[in-house]
Design a protein around this ligand. Structure first.
Ligand code: PSU
Ligand code: MN
Length: 300
């Protein structure tokens, strides 16, 4: 594992750190929006008084805190493996490059002692999972590592009621920021219930502290709805999702290619609107994560 100087210093000084993932850069957004977004997330985290740690694997080494050049490389380089837990050993032993998903980023953040991580939307139970059995590793890593993940719910391409059920089975505490329901990625509400609503980042920090003190395995999911001015109407985006899901089935796109395919197809079908929304929501999540991290730092 290799730390950037900034992250190593922040760790030794006990400063608030926010982990950021790299699959969203290499497989979740097209160039140059992926790079712009990744750099913007880092700037937002710093603006809020925390230190960003973008995580990925370079030549088999887990990097905790990428440089700007490394972020640029993850934005453009072809053939970067999308890494979840099962891929970590192969990527490391073969000295490959790997973009870490939510699940692998949770693992790396936990190894690095970073408590809070921001992303766009976690993976979850895919639509049609009763046939495909496609359930993201993200849900199980949340169930076993003590990390808090700040996101806009699970991606709307998924079966959200089933995703919420698995989170419950896994014992993940699901919190929602200033909204009564679980967010639906591009839209603000899925209509699904959460375990607790909070209005102040300090409350989320207190819940994280309580969970740690109990010594429970597993983490906390913070659902932060997309900013209202950038949210897409549910039924509008749902039409694009259904079309993309249908196409994926026709083209037999499965496994780790499915989510990247759906995200890029939905961006095309919405004339780029869904991508703008995705960029806005992940920035909003980085800000909230940094605020919670700063509050958590004061509690510790
Ligand atoms: N959030 C986004 N865009 C993304 C992702 C999250 O706004 O591309 C990535 C995360 O890395 C997440 C992955 O772990 O999508 C889910 O992939 P899968 O469904 O194959 O588990
Ligand atoms: Mn999958």
């Amino acid at each position: 594992m290799r730390y950037s100087d900034e992250v190593r210093k922040a760790k030794s000084e006990g400063r608030a750190i926010v982990a950021l993932e790299s699959t969203i850069i290499s497989h979740g957004m097209p160039y140059p929006k992926n790079k712009e977004t990744a750099l913007a997330l880092e700037a937002i985290v710093r603006e809020e008084g925390a230190v960003p740690a973008t995580i990925g694997i370079i030549d088999g080494e887990i990097v905790i805190g990428m440089s700007e050049e490394e972020i640029e490389a993850f934005s453009t380089r072809k053939g970067i493996r999308k890494v979840s837990k099962r891929d970590l050993p192969v990527t490391m032993a073969r000295r490959e490059w790997g973009a870490t998903t939510v699940s692998a980023t949770i693992l790396c953040a936990a190894m690095a002692g970073i408590d809070i991580f921001a992303t766009g939307g976690i993976g979850g139970v895919h639509r049609g999972a009763e046939r495909s059995w496609d359930v993201s590793r993200d849900l199980y890593e949340l169930g076993s590592e003590p990390t808090m993940v700040v996101c806009s719910g699970a991606k709307a391409i998924l079966d959200l009621p089933k995703t919420i059920e698995v989170l419950e089975t896994q014992g993940v505490s699901v919190l929602s920021y200033r909204s009564d329901t679980f967010a639906s990625f591009y839209s603000r509400s899925s209509g699904l219930p959460v375990d607790a609503v909070f209005d102040d980042p300090a409350e989320a920090a207190a819940i994280l502290k309580a969970r740690r003190e109990l010594g429970l395995t597993g983490g906390i999911l913070v659902s932060n709805p997309c900013p209202a001015e950038m949210a897409l109407p549910n039924d509008y985006v749902e039409k694009a999702i259904e079309e993309a899901v249908q196409e994926a089935e026709e083209h037999k796109i499965t496994g780790k290619s499915l989510t990247p395919f759906l995200l890029s197809r939905i961006a095309e079908l919405t004339g780029g609107e869904s991508l703008e929304t995705n960029m806005a929501l992940v920035k909003n999540n980085a800000r909230l994560a940094a605020r919670i991290a700063v509050c958590y730092g004061k509690l510790r």
